[in-house]
Design a protein around this ligand. Structure first.
Ligand SMILES: [Zn+2]
Length: 113
């Protein structure tokens, strides 16, 4: 099997459930809303909330808005839907060349379909 050349490369995708590995929200889980590979960052639903102070405008009343901040990819790990544990993923190549992500812990395919 080929060795991953870059440690930064992540198999996290939008819609995955991830767990935070470090910081004050360690252990919390959430759904990935956005992946920013070029920045090595992810945005996770309801986690790492930051407060934005906004001025009133036509669109909103202003005040303090809570929104998700970016998390470093290295701080999160995908939670396998089969074994429900934070897991490393490998890529399994199926017949016909389809590439699906597979859990290293339980060997189940993580991707659907
Ligand atoms: Zn698993």
């Amino acid at each position: 099997m080929a060795v991953e050349p870059s440690p930064v490369k992540s198999r996290i995708r939008k819609g995955d459930t991830v767990v935070i590995l470090s910081g004050k929200e360690r252990g919390k889980q959430g759904k990935v809303l956005q992946v920013m590979p070029s920045l090595s960052k992810v945005v996770v639903e309801k986690l790492n909330l930051i407060k934005r102070h906004t001025r009133p405008s036509k669109l909103n009343k202003g005040g303090i808005i809570e929104k998700e901040g970016r998390l470093a990819l290295s701080k999160v790990m995908v939670v396998c839907p089969h074994c429900a544990k934070p897991s490393r993923l490998t890529v399994a190549v199926l017949e016909g060349g389809r590439r699906l992500r597979r859990c290293k812990r339980c060997d189940e395919i993580v991707d659907k379909g």
